[in-house]
Design a protein. Sequence first.
Length: 431
Amino acid sequence: MKNTFLVLICLLLANCSTKLKPDSIEVIAEEYVRLVLQVGQYDSAVVDAYFGPEEWKPNEQKAAIFPEETLVNSANDLLSKCKTLLESKSPNLDIRRVEMLQKQLIALRTKVQMIGGKTYSFDEEAALLYDAEPPFYPLSYFDKLLDEMDQLLNGDAVLSSRYTKFMEQFIIPKNMLDSVFSVATAESRAITKQYLDLPTQENFVLEYVNDKVWSGYNYYQGDSQSLIQINTDFPIHIDRAIDLASHEGYPGHHIYMMLLDQNLVNTKGWMEYSVYPLFSPLSFISEGSANYGIDMVFPGEKRLAFERDVLFPIIGISKMKAEKFHKVQELKAKLKYAENEIARRYLNGIIEREEAVGMIETYLLFSPKKAIQRLNFIETNRSYVINYNLGRDQVAKHMKLSGADPELPEKRWQIFKELLSNPYSSSTLKK
């Protein structure tokens, strides 16, 4: 059940909406939420989470023909109202709130047009959906990194095959997945709880699934509850335990959504945050902070020590293998922007599918089957890939410029909480 404060707000809005001005921010927020939910009827991936009033959900079946023009006009109308609000310069108006809502509306309008068949270039899409400007890296940049990996994993086989073979030593047996993830999650939660006051009822359910284009997913349910799913289509390596526990859980998506829910919806009554549209500027912060969150709970050598001393023994991996394992993982992490370059070339029609799969194998060191799965992810989510790498790096820079210091954990977590609890997008992060 939603907490009492949220219920009271919902009742207040329901009973008093006729008394509000039609161009007030509260009315615009409600119309925005209703519009997102309406668009979600035509693409199930649009609405990642909704924990607002039940009566705001569409009460009519979706139209047989996608009403693109009507939906675009509705978004434009709300954008016009936001512009009018800003021009009014009302002393009580939270400008930051309205400006973020404008960005969310631009993303929603863009997604409607994409559902209707319109195509954008990779960079246009990133700007319109995620308020971000992806950098460009020449392939020669990654070739140099691959040369380093070639030296680290010496041998005669293709490098991606050597990498796959090396990583086979670190696969978590399927019958031990839950044990390993439980330990990693408990540690991530314990560290997070040292610095953030978590609601007593907060919790998540963990499920293991198959046949997905992603490796892990958090479905926020509202009221500090989440459903986290882990895809077991491919072998899961020991490093993914910390990645997924922190990224999906603590202090990643579960905490991000919970803080938005608490601070913006429950405390401030900003009901536009009761819906989370996946293809929007919120995802840039969500994915970026979730990846940066791994470093929040396991900074510096702490990750190596935890994996070596706690996780490795659970599945019988020798601690002697830890140092090389981490060198390989640190080097592989530097290849992360290669995915953006492959996606850019493929989505812009510069390369064909077969070449894209080959490049994923080469530059991301994936097996042939996993490379196909990753391209399926790119085809499904397109420029969304920038949120993981560029999002993480911009969040890291924002944290540093805001005064975050690993040697001052209390202050660092305070800055991180402020980021997760307020309306940020790529263009408003400190750079």
